[in-house]
Structures are given as structure tokens and as C-alpha cells.
Design a protein around this ligand. Structure first.
Ligand code: G4P
Length: 317
């Protein structure tokens, strides 16, 4: 019963909190803001040397994967928005997002950093964005040789993957620029484009439960932070409502099985669904009960790897 699960979950949470209390005393609360501040300062410092910011978002959650202070951090820098992991999002929804940003006057591109799709278009856009500035500089007799770019984004959106894609074998490392930490390097990714090889890691929003869940589903918040069973349960609830066919296809549900899930309470129905998935995938413990954590991992991993098909969690309203 779902009631059992909630009870078990509450017990597990209490245990986790007890463990946290012992291992992480009060410093736990103070650590994150300090870290954020340091990162922010470094990014602001790096931005002084940058012409164009490439802001990378997750195409499945374009709103949740945006850093809340982005505007304030980048000020009026030229920006190109990348909707990455486009292979995992519903194409028609991604198109709507592109239109949405276009309406707001923002340059937005669709990328699959794993396969390198959209990279050529990105390089072209970088040049186009700078064309006016280059022309103006030329009119004044100044020659601007290099366009300098850096990548910003929250954890796990694909910053490193994009950097790897941009820095192909032909890329050359260029000298350090003053003002940038020594370990950082500039890589020439095209004739006149230089990329800062270390991305700016931004923190995500934590303003509401939905955002936190979206970030958790997609792996931008570490699994240890939230209760993984609860996260998978909520994802399942969303998918059952919005992507039922994807679940049916992935787990080979029969019509009878789907019908057998029905109960008076929605949460019980979802828990029945979770049990069915656990059983079908052999995530059972002695006595025939499902191993909730294992089942949760299966669901999340199927979603994250795209085995459930293309899924967009945030739609343009
Ligand atoms: P980050 O630097 O922003 O933290 O992200 P990173 O590039 O490390 O990418 C995080 C995960 O997302 C990696 O998977 C990476 O392969 C995957 N990824 C990045 N871009 C894309 C994309 O366009 N499509 C898809 N489907 N996946 C993408 P991982 O499982 O954490 O590691 P790995 O073992 O796959 O490398």
C-alpha cells in the first residue's frame, strides 16, 4: 500500500537526517552560499574578458535549468542560449521554446552535445553576433581579431560535453590572458574564436518544489540530496499523466495491467504502477515486495538515458 511506502519513506528520511546531523554539523547550512559567492565572483571576473556568453540549458527543462541570477551576472553581455540534450526532448516542444526565446529577442540554438549536432550552427552564430561590433571597430580603424566566448550553466547540463565538442582535434591552446586564473586556458575553436576551456558552473534555482524535482529528474541535483524513491515516484506520476504511452512501450504493459492499477486514490495507483515496474524488472526483495530504491533507480535511469523516449517536462505556456 502507498501508506506503507509513505511510512517507510518517513522512517528513511528520519534516519537520513539523523545520519546527516552526525556527519554534517551546522556548517552544512553555511557552505553553499559561500561557494556560490566565490563562483559568482570568479565568473564576473572572467566575463571581463569575454565577448559572448553561451548559456547552456537543458531542453527538457528550459525554465528550471536557468540560473536565477543569470541576468544580473552577465549584465549586458551578448548571449547565445543553447538548448542542449535536444535528443532527449520532444522536438515539437523544443521548437516552441525556440520561438518563445525568439519572441524575447534572444538567440537560441538546439544542440546535442553528445553527438555534436548544432555545433556548426553555433560557430556561425558566434560570428554573426559579433559582426556588427567587428564592422564598427573596423570603421574606427581598429582590427578586432578574436572573439572570446565562455560557457555558463548549472551542473550536468552538458557544459563539458559542449566544450569537448567545440575543442576538436584541430583546436589549439592559446596563451593565458591576464586576469584569469592560471589553470584556465583559451582554446582556438575556429579561425577567430577563442573559448575559455573552463565553464562557469552556476547554481540552480531552489525556489519551489517543482523546480527542485525537475532538476533532480534530470540529474542536476545529486541523488543524495532528495529522497530518490520520492523523486522517482513523482516522476512516475508526471509520466503517467503526460507520457503514458512511453511507459507502456518501455515496460511492455498490457491493457489489463494498466487497468489493474486503478484505485480510489491517485497516489495508490502510482504506487501500484511502481510495484508493477519493480516486479517486471526483477527489483524484488524476499517476501515478494519490491525493492523501492532499486525500482526508483531503474525509473530514473530509464528517463535520464532516454530509454523512455523523448520527454519534455516544461512546456511553453
Ligand atoms: P556539465 O559539464 O554541465 O556538468 O555536464 P557534462 O558535460 O558532464 O554532461 C553531463 C551528462 O550529460 C553526461 O552524461 C553527458 O554525456 C550527458 N550529455 C551532455 N550533453 C548531452 C546531450 O546533448 N544529449 C544527451 N543525451 N546527453 C548529454 P553522464 O551519464 O553523466 O556521463 P557519461 O558517462 O555519459 O559521460
Amino acid at each position: 500500500m502507498a501508506k506503507d511506502m509513505y511510512q517507510k519513506r518517513a522512517e528513511r528520511k528520519d534516519k537520513k537526517l539523523d545520519e546527516k546531523d552526525k556527519s554534517l554539523p551546522s556548517t552544512n547550512i553555511n557552505w553553499y552560499p559561500g561557494h556560490m559567492l566565490k563562483t559568482k565572483r570568479q565568473i564576473i571576473e572572467d566575463l571581463k574578458l569575454i565577448d559572448i556568453v553561451i548559456e547552456i540549458l537543458d531542453a527538457r527543462i528550459p525554465i528550471s535549468s536557468r540560473n536565477p541570477d543569470m541576468k544580473q551576472i552577465i549584465q549586458n553581455k551578448k548571449t547565445i542560449i543553447i538548448l542542449n540534450k535536444s535528443d532527449l526532448a520532444v522536438e515539437s516542444e523544443t521548437k516552441k521554446w525556440i520561438e518563445y526565446y525568439k519572441q524575447k529577442g534572444m538567440i537560441t540554438l538546439v544542440v546535442d552535445a553528445n553527438l555534436g549536432k548544432g555545433i556548426k550552427e553555433l560557430l556561425k552564430q558566434i560570428e554573426e553576433v559579433m559582426l556588427q561590433d567587428m564592422k564598427k571597430a573596423a570603421e574606427k580603424g581598429r582590427i578586432r581579431k578574436n572573439i572570446r566566448v565562455m560557457i555558463l550553466g548549472i551542473p550536468n547540463v552538458g557544459k563539458s560535453s559542449l566544450i569537448n565538442r567545440l575543442c576538436n582535434k584541430k583546436s589549439t591552446i592559446v596563451g593565458n590572458r591576464p586576469g584569469v586564473t592560471k589553470q584556465k586556458q583559451w582554446v582556438r575553436i575556429a579561425n577567430n574564436i577563442e573559448l575559455l576551456d573552463t565553464p562557469g558552473v552556476l547554481w540552480p534555482k531552489f525556489q519551489d518544489e517543482n523546480v527542485a524535482l525537475n532538476l533532480s529528474y534530470t540529474g542536476s541535483i545529486k541523488d543524495e540530496i532528495l529522497d530518490i524513491t520520492e523523486v522517482a515516484f513523482k516522476l512516475l506520476k508526471y509520466l503517467y499523466k503526460n507520457y503514458q504511452i512511453s511507459l507502456i512501450n518501455r515496460y511492455n504493459f498490457t491493457q489489463e495491467e494498466i487497468q489493474s492499477l486503478a484505485t480510489q486514490y491517485e497516489d495508490d495507483e502510482i504506487y501500484n504502477l511502481m510495484k508493477l515496474i519493480g516486479k517486471k524488472r526483477g527489483a524484488v526483495v524476499t517476501g515478494g515486495e519490491i525493492d523501492e530504491e532499486k525500482t526508483a533507480n531503474i525509473i530514473l535511469s530509464d528517463f535520464r538515458s532516454g530509454k523512455l523516449g523523448r520527454i519534455t517536462l516544461e512546456r511553453v505556456r
